[in-house]
Design a protein around this ligand. Sequence first.
Ligand code: 13P
Length: 249
Amino acid sequence: MNTEQTRKRLVIGNWKMHGLLAANASLLDGLHKGASAAPGCDLAVCVPFPYLDQARTGLQGSVVSWGAQDVSKHEQGAFTGEVSAAMLADFDCQWALVGHSERRTLHGETDQLVADKAIAALSAGLTPVVCVGETLAEQEAGQTEHIIARQLAPVLALGAQQVGRMVLAYEPVWAIGTGRTATPEQAQAVHAYIRSQLNGLGVPEVRVLYGGSVKASNAASLFAMPDIDGALVGGASLVVEEFLRIAAA
Ligand code: 13P
């Protein structure tokens, strides 16, 4: 079944560890004022934890939603430095990124932990954005599908009811922050593979975003691909005009 028509485009900005109050204020203001220029596209930003309240205040009443870049798998307790899904929900977050490659690489997050975090997010009413992607070495060794399958396995094992409430993001590690985007055809091939997994589970409506050096200049060709439902944008999400142009692409 082709539900391409029914999957509304979604563009999420991942600010990563950038921004301070003053810079955020003008970015949020620009988004609030400009976001209606991209109808037909869901728009969101995932900001550092301390700025969730600022995002909520700055974006309330706009079409832009907000979320966090990580979430604990634990509900509550003695987990110093962790932030629970309920805390994110307290700030009206709609989204929580889980399994970003920077978390997997720099913090040793396992495939199972990522699935646990996704469940924690769902339990608090958030939509987890589950990130997967292979490294350059893995890609060059022809292991892309194998790696994606391994990363997705514990997530897909959660079943259709849970996965149907998620968003997935394919972010090849070699394309993140490098200026080296996957070609639309390269990205589509992996998205088609992910889509086949989702179809197999009976959840063809799940949106699959592409991430990795997405800019206004390459967004339209990526979005033209049948299985690319939007983008997870890093660097370009810090420049309001660029981010809005991606959303409008
Ligand atoms: P860039 O868009 O800066 O390559 O980052 C992509 C990313 O990691 C988004 O989560």
